[in-house]
Design a protein around this ligand. Sequence first.
Ligand SMILES: *Cc1c(COP(=O)(O)O)cnc(C)c1O
Length: 433
Amino acid sequence: MKYYNLKNPLVKTGFREAVERGISPDMGLFMPERIPRLSDDFFRRLASMTLPEIGMEVGSLYTGDDIPRSVMRQICGEAFDFPVIIRRLDERKQVLELFHGPTAAFKDFGARFMAGCFRYFSSRDDKRRVVLVATSGDTGGAIASSFLGVEGVDVIILYPSGKVSNLQENQLTTLGRNITAIEVEGSFDDCQAMVKSALSGSANRTNLKLTSANSINIARLIPQSFYYYYAIGRSGSGMAVSVPGGNFGNITAAAMARRSGLGIHHLVAATNVNRVVPDYLKTGIYTPAESVATIANAMDVGNPGNFVRLRRIFDDDYEAIKDSVSGYWFDDDRIREHIGQEYQRTGYLLDPHSAVASLGLEAYLNQHPGTVGIFVATAHPAKFREIVEPLTGQNVEIPESLRNFLAGKKQSVKMKAGPQNLEEYLDDRYQNE
Ligand SMILES: *Cc1c(COP(=O)(O)O)cnc(C)c1O
């Protein structure tokens, strides 16, 4: 499989280079040159396949010769060693729980798969690799936990000071070893701009392999499609799938799975008030905006990085995307109200991000009688218990994986917003390499 640069489609690379670069020097995202179609035989076997088995088969189509199948089997086996749970909430509505990994958020899937790829690449030479990541909440924790202790790889995480929850901050700042947390006085968009700029300047740093672990990295995108096969394989074709969108990697992965032949009836892009995609789906006009802070903070993105890929999957054709994807957005009051109401109605505890997806599905089902669907629960409610507990009057039990983070000692590097500050830091730290 070859990957092309969305800004310059004639330039093609292999999987490994696309992963190690993260983004091309001209800021173009890498895109698989085609979405492979899966065979009838694969779909016949799907209902009984485990997630690592799905990952091995689907993943190998995307990684080609850059990762031998035996290594791919091992990467998927190690990365997806926690459960994926599907629950039925009522006749028409199911939930796909993706928060049973080590950091209790769905980003564990992409981060752990990507770390597995890096572990393999890094075992093949002795270059130092530096993975940069900007996080608005959950990404950083998943990357930190996945890359902890991977030989030859340093991870540097940028997060907006004061804008992530305590638990999220602990996940970024307490691990130490090869993980460094940089606390930026600014917004998530500032963090992302700093990372992008360092990467575009990285052509000058020939000694260092600098890459990004943001959801623009295809090694995070591809594994996020695996659980859609798993879910549809078990719950049956023809369902609508509602995904809570931030940078829009998760729904892009769902669209890729659908394009490969998976029987997803319709996609629902659900957001908080950061509504540029729902607005686009309604009007055909895409207007990036400043991000607005909400209680679903991992989705506070004003200009979703993966949106260009989502469009590309539909050949940049507005009518085509509109036929397959519906958008809905919800403000904090509505999200809060829904968390309380769903708990009353079904006894199910939603975190704010999952609540957005649940609301999106409900909106779609209400407009389309006779349809059924599944929404994606992306974070464990315990990650947001300050919000969830008062709304439900229920104590949320903290999973053990998260409890370990509560005790650690915070260590971060403080930094002012601005690309030059990160560049200087990197120059200082790696001057002898
Ligand atoms: C990152 C994140 C999202 C948004 O996912 P994207 O792939 O960026 O659209 C939703 N919910 C949670 C809990 C997240 O961490």
